[in-house]
Every structure is written in C-alpha cells, then in structure tokens.
Design a protein around this ligand. Structure first.
Ligand code: 5GP
Ligand code: MG
Ligand code: MG
Length: 187
C-alpha cells in the first residue's frame, strides 16, 4: 500500500508506526483538551522548525480559542540520526514572551536534550506559563526530566520519518509516521 502510494519512497520504509487516521484523531483530541485548559486566555503556540510544521498546522486547525503562532528553528541533529546535544538557534521568535501563555509544539522527543534546552531558554523570557505538546515520544525521553503536558504517541526506539520528520530533508511529506529502513542511512 505504501509502495503503491509512494513508488519512489516505499522501498525505504520498513513499516507504518502511526497511521494518518490515528494522527488526525489524536490531534483533534489534544486540541479539545487545549481548548478546555486555556479557555479564556490567549495562547501562543511555539513551533520548532521544521519538523513540527505538520503537527502545528493540523493541531491549530482544531483549536477554537484565542491562539497565535510563532516559530523557532534550532539545530541538534544535522543530517545524521544521533542527537549531538549541542543546540543552536537558527531562527529566533518574533514574539516577546513576557506574560504570555506559551505552548511549545514539537514533532518528537528523543533524548530530550533539545527540549530541555528550549524550556530553560524560553522560561528565562518570563512567560506566564510554559507547556509542551509533542506528537511523538521515544523511550529515552524518560531519562530527562521534561514534563510533557500533551502527548500524541509513545513510539519505540527506532528512527522514524514522515509527517514533518526527515532524514536529510527527505520523507517529510508522508502523512503517516514510518520506520526508515536502515539501508537508507547505512545502518
Ligand atoms: P532530542 O534532542 O530529543 O534527542 O531530539 C529532538 C529532535 O531530534 C527532534 O525534534 C527531531 O528533529 C530529531 N529526531 C529525534 N528522533 C528522531 C527520529 O526518530 N526521526 C527523525 N526524523 N528525527 C528525529
Ligand atoms: Mg523537533
Ligand atoms: Mg531532522
């Protein structure tokens, strides 16, 4: 099925981990929870480029409250599959976070290094509140103390692509999340 829909990519994928239907259903549930939790207050969604672009746009479409969006670009991975632990700001926010209710929107938390760095960075800017929503979380994330308020799915410790997640900038357009075949990255 995947091969049929993606004749040039299908052979690079081992299996689908989270289907398009499951992603959309879960994001709608999370959005309903966010609407309830932030009822009556302005919310600023902060997306982390580029991986969170799909989560952000589909999640935001389901929100009915007073909501704004901003973006940051940080780098932790380069073209490989291992977290470097070194985080660099490539693009900072346009918005002053002072007194704002901020919700970080992430694609995936693996080692949690990127997120814990981001949390302390954004916390220092004086937001009224700061929470995290992520579509995916890997087992290693449990090792660092990162509170995730809204979680889509826990996934196994495999390198996945699709729904915004890339390998060397490829595979982002897939509407589902799939395990990348090790032959693609020489594993
Ligand atoms: P962490 O710092 O939590 O180890 O990694 C966070 C970032 O690494 C994610 O935002 C994502 O860009 C990248 N990443 C972690 N695991 C995966 C994965 O399985 N697939 C892809 N494509 N990127 C990942
Ligand atoms: Mg990310
Ligand atoms: Mg990437």
């Amino acid at each position: 099925m995947t091969e049929w829909r993606y004749p040039e990519l299908g052979q690079d994928l081992v299996r689908v981990v989270v289907s398009e239907e499951d992603i959309q259903r879960r994001l709608a549930e999370i959005a309903a929870q966010i609407d309830e939790d932030y009822a009556g207050s302005e919310l600023l969604l902060v997306g982390v480029l580029k991986g969170a672009a799909f989560v952000m746009s589909d999640l935001m479409r389901h929100l009915h409250g007073d909501v704004a969006m901003d973006w940051m670009a940080v780098s932790s991975y380069g073209a490989g599959t291992q977290s470097s632990g070194v985080v660099r700001i490539l693009k900072d926010l346009d918005t002053d976070l002072t007194g704002r209710h901020v919700l970080i929107v992430e694609d995936i938390i693996d080692s949690g290094l990127t997120l814990s760095w981001l949390l302390s960075n954004l916390r220092s800017r004086g937001p009224a509140s700061l929470e995290v929503a992520t579509l995916l979380r890997k087992p290693d994330a449990a090792k660092v103390q990162v509170d995730v308020r809204y979680l889509g799915f826990d996934v196994a410790n495999e390198f996945v692509v699709g729904y915004g997640l890339d390998y060397a900038e490829r595979y982002r357009q897939l509407p589902f999340v799939a395990v990348l075949a090790p032959h693609v990255y020489g594993g």
